[in-house]
Ligand binder design. Sequence first.
Ligand SMILES: CC(C)(COP(=O)(O)OP(=O)(O)OC[C@H]1O[C@@H](n2cnc3c(N)ncnc32)[C@H](O)[C@@H]1OP(=O)(O)O)[C@@H](O)C(=O)NCCC(=O)NCCS
Length: 160
Amino acid sequence: MSNKIKITTTPPKGMKPIDVCRACAKLCRPYMKQKFMGPIYYANFMGILDEKCVLFALEKNEIVGFLQWKRYKRDKELLLLNKLAVRTDYLKNGIGTKLMNQFLEKYTENKLIHLGVSKDNSVAISFYEKFGFRKSQSPKNDKVLEMIKLSPKFERFYDL
Ligand SMILES: CC(C)(COP(=O)(O)OP(=O)(O)OC[C@H]1O[C@@H](n2cnc3c(N)ncnc32)[C@H](O)[C@@H]1OP(=O)(O)O)[C@@H](O)C(=O)NCCC(=O)NCCS
């Protein structure tokens, strides 16, 4: 299945930005714990196309996964891996791997990547560990695990 999947920064042809955001929100919905999915939930996805920091996994013209990150204006060397999800009926087909590989290869050179993942999300934690993310400390929230990945540049810095 994953052979037919295209990883691209370009959203599906003919889809309006608002519909792209909505499609990504819907894709994440089964994974969310809270039952109420009102405007606040959807608003959380409105910025998904900002700065073009998003990769889509497309089958034909449909979004079956996406990975979105954020840059910081002040800390140019820091990236937040903000959202990553694969549609439930496409899990375990290597799509998450394809998204992550392309993200790491093309967009993260000399960057320090960080992310927050729910401590009980063992699937995502083992997924991130597979790609070299390490558990870090999260002083703010005891439910969220902070994970980081250092580029070789930062690895050298910390070895000093
Ligand atoms: C995490 C996620 C993106 C992985 O996507 P995926 O396309 O299913 O992952 P892949 O098929 O590329 O699997 C890559 C590796 O992840 C790990 N993995 C994936 N699914 C797993 C599962 N159900 N149980 C244990 N490990 C799993 C394995 O190490 C796997 O490698 P392997 O196939 O060699 O065993 C997907 O599970 C997902 O969308 N989860 C819900 C959303 C989420 O939790 N996002 C992260 C929030 S921070």
